[in-house]
Design a protein around this ligand. Structure first.
Ligand code: GLV
Ligand code: MN
Ligand code: MN
Length: 474
């Protein structure tokens, strides 16, 4: 295809970028499915070869700086290193957000925030009226978590933008880096709070008016303390229309062992498993642990224990390795060794790639809670489904763009399912979505031992940069 001279200055950096990425790969691929840069870009490149040879060596991915940023961000934590605890709207969350906004600014992005603190850093394309291509993840961290969950997809995305800029690339569509508010459910009990609202969840917008944290602080007071939701409690301003972005791509550590075990560099996510969570409360009479004889007790703690075992049973009964269930919170009241628990409170998380099968587990857990309460003469004072989300599929053309990027870089890749949820699950409701996974040590995540190597992070950022470059020209 001939190149129109008026477009040369716009396309040249794009071609340079592909040459750059190809040049930093260690081998020449013999894979017959690997497309040449020329096929991929759709333009002849020979005209630019002399220009390329002088420009290639000046471009680089600055992995040392990225690593030191990951380390620095990890110091905004409520618990000592190596653990990271960063709870929504806490002082450390606000400081970490400031740190990221500053990096966005240094990368030449124009920064804006919505009413709940989703942060957007935009690089205007040369056709800024087109829907942008977005990328991003979260920086909140559950108690005693690690440094990489979410963070790689935020700081890595900023570095991907830096790589593109350094290459001289000019995007046609604008590129946006998004820092999503509260992917983790720690403070207000709901995961993907920011992206769920962006995808237009009226239900969440309404329920947040009544939501308080464990210290009884309301969602809106907490948001205001961090400088958000200043004017009113109308969160419809956070909603985005379907089609607001032409594509969304999230870079994330795998949080599972497969890539490391198989020695594969990049996971290309095809689907995200469907999560559901429930909150349950039993109430009994309590009483003195010595004086109340066993036949006269209705122990709310034993109701909770029985339900926890029932969760395991129903999950295993599904017969599929893809069904999982966890009782991550089990609290007893009054919490004294010599007092029969008069109240118990559980939070239950269950997931599956098959939504129907997951729903069957949820229903069985509900029935079981009713039966346990009856048999133990307890009151089931609460059985609340916090969320029951469908799975999401990645978009085929984004999968293809990610595959081509890994091939250009001579990296091995495999298709995989994300068993963890991500903001991508909700971005898929308003935009074509894709996810790039990188290996992490032993698959560890949600604990301080979480680790991803510089080499793996660098690979992920390069694949992200190339994928964004490709999608931004579409
Ligand atoms: C996200 O952190 C999840 O629990 O999958
Ligand atoms: Mn997480
Ligand atoms: Mn995450």
């Amino acid at each position: 295809m001939a190149l129109r001279s008026s477009h040369v200055h716009l396309l040249l950096p794009f071609l340079l970028l592909f040459c750059y990425f190809s040049s930093i790969s260690s081998h020449n691929s013999q894979d017959p499915t690997t497309k040449t840069m020329e096929e991929f870009s759709g333009y002849a490149i020979h005209e630019f070869e002399s220009f390329l040879s002088t420009s290639l060596h000046s471009i680089s991915l600055d992995i040392e700086t990225l690593q030191s940023q990951i380390e620095e961000l990890s110091t905004f934590s409520d618990t000592p290193a190596p653990s990271v605890t960063r709870i929504l709207y806490s002082e450390n969350d606000v400081l970490a957000r400031r740190y990221v906004k500053n990096l966005m600014g240094l990368s030449g992005l124009s920064v804006r925030e919505d009413a709940v603190g989703n942060i957007f850093g935009r690089w205007d394309g040369y056709e800024p009226e087109l829907e942008a291509v977005a990328t991003g993840s979260h920086i909140d961290a559950i108690p005693y978590a690690g440094k990489y969950d979410g963070v790689v997809g935020v700081l890595g995305a900023i570095e991907a933008i830096n790589v593109l800029r350094r290459s001289g690339f000019k995007p046609k569509r604008s590129l946006e880096v998004i820092l999503f508010t509260s992917e983790e459910p720690t403070r207000f009990g709901i995961g993907c709070l920011g992206s769920r609202l962006m995808a237009g969840s009226e239900q969440l917008a309404n329920s947040l008016k009544e939501t308080v944290d464990s210290q009884n602080m309301s969602f809106f007071d907490a948001a205001r303390s961090a400088g958000y939701a200043k004017d009113n409690e109308d969160l419809s301003t956070v909603f985005l229309k379907k089609g607001s972005y032409s594509a969304f791509v999230e870079l994330h550590i795998e949080q599972g062992p497969i890539l490391e075990e198989e020695g594969v560099s990049i996971g290309i996510v095809t689907a995200i498993a469907a999560p559901a969570s429930m909150e349950v409360e039993f109430e009994g009479n309590g009483g003195h642990a010595g004086a109340v004889l066993m036949p006269y007790r209705n122990d709310a703690g034993l109701g909770a224990a029985e339900l926890a075992l029932a969760v395991e049973k129903y999950v295993l009964e599904s017969g599929s390795i893809d069904t999982v269930g966890t009782v991550g919170i089990l609290e007893l009241h009054p919490g004294a060794i010599n007092s029969i628990p008069s109240k118990s409170h559980l939070k239950i998380d269950t997931r599956d790639i098959d939504e129907k099968r997951r729903n069957t587990v949820v229903e069985k857990i509900h029935q079981s809670a009713v039966t346990i309460a009856k048999n133990r003469r307890l009151s089931l004072t609460e059985f609340k489904i916090i969320n029951q989300d469908p799975p999401a599929l990645s978009d085929k053309s984004i999968i293809r763009a990610m595959e081509i990027a890994t091939q250009e870089l001579n990296l091995t890749h495999k298709s995989m399912i994300s068993r963890a949820y991500h903001d991508s699950l909700f971005m898929a409701r308003i935009s074509p979505m894709g996810m790039i996974f990188i290996p992490c040590y032993k698959g560890y995540s949600h604990k301080p031992e979480e680790y991803a190597s510089s080499g793996d992070i660098a690979n992920g950022v390069k694949v992200l940069a190339l994928t964004l470059a490709k999608l931004s020209q579409d």
